[in-house]
Ligand binder design. Structure first.
Ligand code: SAM
Length: 222
């Protein structure tokens, strides 16, 4: 596991992340991929924040990042953790195209992205799932727990209200086969508070989940 200073050093100095930042800025001008475009903010709010999740990635994990957007936490994690394989999933085609173009340009071989909704991903196919800024935890649990193998881990990137979200998702987690193991709090170099929620899949998710028709978002389990 890397400590905070090592992660910060990687976020600020890794040559492929530097190249990725340049590519992100140039493509963002055409495709409007992210609201964060200032160099120091990209390093802190995108790169460093993404990298913190590596502490919960087990050796050789097969990772699915749900709602990767412009590649976060997907691409920084793929660069840091060459022992793991990464699949990004997003429902917006231009973001998937951007991630795959970035992986080709930067010669990142352990990562690619697919255009799909989380609800349509094959069940029980990954040993880890990451997700940042996609949905509240009760909705997110229904997107992410079905695709995890029993024994796998969901790493949910959250803000300072993580405990509240965990409380509100208690019933969803119980029904879907998840158990909260740890809430890890940290601060970004720019000062904002963040938290990672580590949820273990302890039992199979019942076959009726995820529910169709955008129900996980419209009517979360409560
Ligand atoms: N994870 C990235 C980050 O932290 O910068 C992107 C966050 S962005 C606010 C949310 C992303 O989730 C969008 O790119 C959206 O297309 C995607 N998304 C939302 N619901 C989804 C679903 N059900 N399946 C797949 N992608 C979804």
């Amino acid at each position: 596991m890397y400590d905070c200073l090592q992660l910060l050093d990687f976020a600020a100095r890794n040559s492929k992340l530097d190249e990725f930042a340049k590519f992100l800025k140039s493509e963002n001008a055409k495709y409007n991929l992210t609201a964060i475009t200032e160099e120091a903010e990209i390093v802190s709010k995108h790169f460093y924040d993404s990298l913190v999740g590596e502490r919960f990635l087990e050796e050789g994990a097969n990772v699915c990042d749900i709602g990767s957007g412009a590649g976060f936490p997907l691409i920084p994690l793929a660069l840091l953790r060459g022992d793991c394989s990464f699949t990004g999933v997003d429902s917006t085609q231009k973001k998937v195209n951007f991630i795959n173009a970035a992986c080709a340009k930067l010669d990142i071989k352990n990562c690619y992205a697919v255009h799909a909704r989380a609800e349509d991903i094959a069940k029980e196919s990954f040993t880890a799932v990451t997700s940042r800024a996609v949905a509240a935890l009760n909705t997110l649990a229904e997107y992410c727990l079905p695709v995890l193998k029993v024994g796998g881990v969901l790493i949910a990137y959250k803000g300072s209200n993580a405990e509240e979200e965990v409380r509100a998702a208690a019933k969803a987690l119980q029904i879907l086969g998840g158990k909260t193991e740890e809430i890890f709090r940290y601060c970004l170099p720019t000062g904002e508070e963040r938290a990672l929620v580590r949820i273990r899949k302890v039992s199979p998710t019942p076959a009726k989940y995820p529910r169709p028709g955008n129900k996980p978002r419209i009517k979360p389990i409560s």
